[in-house]
Design a protein around this ligand. Structure first.
Ligand code: HEC
Length: 161
């Protein structure tokens, strides 16, 4: 058993463990140490000098992600199915308009709406105006009762009769 008084290089005696400074570090340990130092320098050099940045990497991944998202949902996709709108317009017409304009626009108290020409114009915008704001000869205004989408759908429905 060594003790610090017997060995001239023994420098510390801690809980009976005697450290002898003259013994070299094992070779594999030294290689591991220097290897890690070199690896560390190369690692730092790569991230500091190659122009890499975490913001850049994020932006790259984000734009790739957004491109994929944009490809999946076409921007021009209609929100509501045209057929559904037409069906709703037909229902509204039957409930609110048919009493004056007749089933399928045949006319009655109000003028026929399946005609080729309208008194106030048969352009889509004019028809929308007739429905939304009414007309002086007895046509009520519907802007407060129906949404813009419903009025547009009604106009499209009339123009298809
Ligand atoms: C109370 C009866 C009445 C109801 C209900 C009514 N209308 Fe009319 N509508 C009229 C009359 C009358 C006219 C003609 C007004 C004029 O000549 O100034 C007219 C005119 C129109 C015109 C213009 C036609 C043209 O020749 O330019 C359109 C479009 C129209 N109505 C659509 C509708 C729609 C759609 C509805 C249901 C939401 C509706 N109307 C409900 C009586 C009615």
């Amino acid at each position: 058993m060594l003790d610090k008084h017997q060995h001239k290089h023994a420098v510390r005696d801690f809980d009976g463990v005697i450290e002898i400074r003259s013994n070299p570090v094992p070779r594999y340990y030294a290689w591991l140490f220097y290897g890690l130092v070199i690896w560390g320098v190369l690692f730092m050099a790569y991230y500091l000098l190659s122009g890499w940045s975490s913001e850049g990497e994020f932006a790259e991944k984000m734009s790739a992600h957004q491109e994929r998202g944009a490809a999946q949902v076409p921007a021009s996709a209609p929100l509501v199915d045209a057929q559904e709108l037409r069906a709703e317009a037909a229902k509204l017409y039957g409930r609110h308009c048919a009493a004056c304009h007749g089933e399928a626009g045949g006319g009655g108290i109000g003028p026929a709406l399946n005609a080729q020409e309208y008194q106030y114009g048969r352009e889509r915008a004019k028809v929308i105006e007739s429905i939304a704001q009414g007309r002086p000869g007895g046509m009520p205004a519907y802007a407060n009762q129906f949404s813009a989408t419903q009025i547009e759908a009604l106009a499209d429905y009339l123009l298809s009769l």
